[in-house]
Write a protein that binds this ligand. Structure first.
Ligand code: PLP
Length: 441
C-alpha cells in the first residue's frame, strides 16, 4: 500500500505545511485545540470504511459487531464523564458536528415554524441558535423555525435575563438555548430553567465551547437544569471534530392530580439524527469521541482545564493592565473578548495584523457595536496554547506580542519582535513534554 506521500505528494506537502503552521504559530482561536495522538489514530483508522446506518443492535447493514461495541463505549463513557445516570439521561454520539447536532435536537422536539430563542450572534451566540439579519435568514434554524434572539446588556456585556424573560413571556418559544460561542462569563442555568418553566419551553444547553471545563468540573454543569445538552467534541473537550446530543429520559413533570408526564426525547432525537437528517455515522469519529471521553475523565485533564482558565485570566489581566477594554471586565472561562479600538484598528485589521506575526485569532463584535459587519474586537482563547504547555507567566509574553503587533503594526513587529516569536516557539519546542505533544500533531 502506498503512503499519502507516495500516492499524492502534492497533497502530502500541503498537509505538512499546515502542520508547520500549527507548530510555528500561537493558536488562539477559542474554538480550536490540538487533539491527542490516540484520537488521531482512531480518525485515521479502518473504521472509516464501515457503513452502519441505525443504532447498536439495530443496523441496516451487516458486519457491525465491533462498531456496535465502539458506539456503546462512546455512549457509556459520555454519561460517565458528566456523571449522568443512564436511567435519567441518554446520549446520541452520531451527529457529524455541532451544527448538525443542534439541528437534530430542534428537529426532534420542534415542528416547522415553532419558536426558538437563543443568544444573538453579535452578542456571543452561535449561528445555529437562530441567527438572521433584517435582509436575510442566515441559519437553517431561522429558515425552518421562528427565531427571536435575546441579547446582552450593551453596557455590561452580561446577558440581560430580565429582558429575556419578558420577551419569552410574549414570544412563547418552544425552546430556549443557553449556549455561547463568545461570552466570557458563566451562564445562569437556574435562571434559564425558571424562564423555560414559566413559558413551557424546553431548555437546551449548547455547551460546545465549555464542555471540557464542565467535564473537569471547573464551571457549573448545565445537566442539573437542561432537558437537552448538545456539544461539539473538538473545542475545550479536545477530541475529534464531531457532535453529541444528551437528552433526558424519565419523568418530565407531575400534574396536579399526581399523574406523571414522561420525557419522550429519546426516540424523537434519535430519529431526528437518523434517519431524518443523517445517513451512516462516521465510526472513526465516534471511536475518537470514546477516547476523548476517557481522556477527559483523567486527573491530567482536570489539571489541563484548571490551567486553561488560569491562562485566560492571566491573558485578560495582562491586556487590562496595558489599558485594553475587555468585555464584561474579565473572564470565568477559556476566552477573552478584547475591544481593540484604542489601537485605532478594527477587529478585522487586528485579526490580520496578528495573523502576520503568527498569532491566530478571530474578529468579533463587542457589546455595543453598531455593526456586526465591522466588529471592534477580537476573541482570544487559551485551550490550544495550554495544550502546548503554556502557563500564566507565558501569557505575559503572549500579551506583549499581541500588544506590540496591534500597536506598531505588522511590518514593524516583523522587523522588531517577529524573530523573537519564532525563538520563543523554538524554546517551547525544546521542552520534552511539548516535544512529545508536537510529535503527536
Ligand atoms: N455550537 C456552538 C456554541 C459553537 O460555538 C459551534 C461552533 O463553533 C457550534 C455549535 C457548531 O459546531 P460545528 O462548527 O462543529 O458545526
Amino acid at each position: 500500500q502506498a503512503t499519502l506521500k507516495q500516492s499524492d505528494p502534492e497533497l502530502a506537502d500541503i498537509i505538512i505545511k499546515e502542520k508547520e503552521r500549527q507548530r510555528e504559530g500561537l493558536e488562539m482561536i477559542a474554538s480550536e485545540n490540538f487533539t491527542s495522538l490516540a484520537v488521531l489514530e482512531s480518525l485515521g483508522s479502518c473504521l472509516t470504511n464501515k457503513y452502519s446506518e441505525g443504532y447498536p443492535g439495530k443496523r441496516y447493514y451487516g458486519g457491525n459487531q465491533f462498531i456496535d461495541q465502539i458506539e456503546c463505549l462512546a455512549q457509556t463513557r459520555g454519561l460517565h464523564l458528566f456523571n449522568l445516570d443512564a436511567s435519567e439521561w441518554g446520549v446520541n454520539v452520531q451527529p457529524y458536528s455541532g451544527s448538525p447536532a443542534n439541528l437534530a435536537a430542534y428537529t426532534g422536539v420542534l415542528r416547522p415554524h415553532d419558536r426558538i430563542m437563543g443568544l444573538d450572534l453579535p452578542d456571543g451566540g452561535h449561528l445555529t441558535h437562530g441567527f438572521f439579519t433584517p435582509n436575510k435568514k442566515i441559519s437553517a434554524t431561522s429558515i425552518f423555525f421562528e427565531s427571536m434572539p435575546y441579547k446582552v446588556n450593551p453596557e455590561t456585556g452580561i446577558i440581560d435575563y430580565e429582558k429575556l424573560a419578558e420577551a419569552a413571556r410574549n414570544f412563547r418559544p418552544q425552546i430556549i438555548i443557553a449556549g455561547i460561542s463568545c461570552y466570557s462569563r458563566l451562564l445562569d442555568y437556574a435562571r434559564f430553567r425558571k424562564i423555560c418553566d414559566e413559558v413551557g419551553a424546553y431548555l437546551m444547553a449548547d455547551m460546545a465551547h465549555v464542555a471540557g471545563l464542565v467535564a473537569a468540573e471547573q464551571i457549573p454543569s448545565p445537566f442539573e437544569y437542561a432537558d437537552i445538552v448538545t456539544t461539539t467534541t473538538h473545542k475545550t473537550l479536545r477530541g475529534p471534530r464531531a457532535g453529541v446530543i444528551f437528552f433526558r429520559k424519565g419523568v418530565r413533570s407531575t400534574k396536579p392530580n399526581g399523574e406523571k408526564v414522561m420525557y419522550d426525547l429519546e426516540e424523537r432525537i434519535n430519529q431526528a439524527v437518523f434517519p431524518a437528517l443523517q445517513g451512516g455515522p462516521h465510526n472513526n469519529a465516534i471511536a475518537g469521541i470514546a477516547t476523548a471521553f476517557k481522556q477527559a475523565k483523567s486527573p491530567e485533564f482536570k489539571g489541563y482545564q484548571t490551567q486553561v482558565i488560569k491562562n485566560a485570566k492571566a491573558l485578560c489581566k495582562g491586556l487590562i493592565d496595558l489599558g485594553y477594554t475587555v468585555a464584561t471586565g474579565g473572564t470565568d472561562v477559556h476566552l477573552v473578548l478584547v475591544d481593540v479600538r484604542k489601537t485605532g484598528l478594527t477587529g478585522a485589521k487586528a485579526e490580520l495584523v496578528l495573523e502576520e506575526v503568527g498569532i491566530a485569532c478571530n474578529k468579533n463584535t463587542v457589546p455595543g457595536d453598531k455593526s456586526a459587519l465591522n466588529p471592534s474586537g477580537i476573541r482570544l482563547g487559551t485551550p490550544a496554547l495550554t495544550t502546548r504547555g503554556l502557563l500564566e507567566k507565558d501569557m505575559e509574553q503572549v500579551v506583549a506580542f499581541i500588544d506590540a503587533a496591534l500597536k506598531i503594526g505588522a511590518d514593524a513587529v516583523k522587523a522588531a519582535g517577529g524573530p523573537k516569536l519564532v525563538d520563543y516557539t523554538k524554546t517551547l519546542n525544546e521542552n520534552p513534554a511539548i516535544k512529545q505533544q508536537l510529535s503527536e500533531l
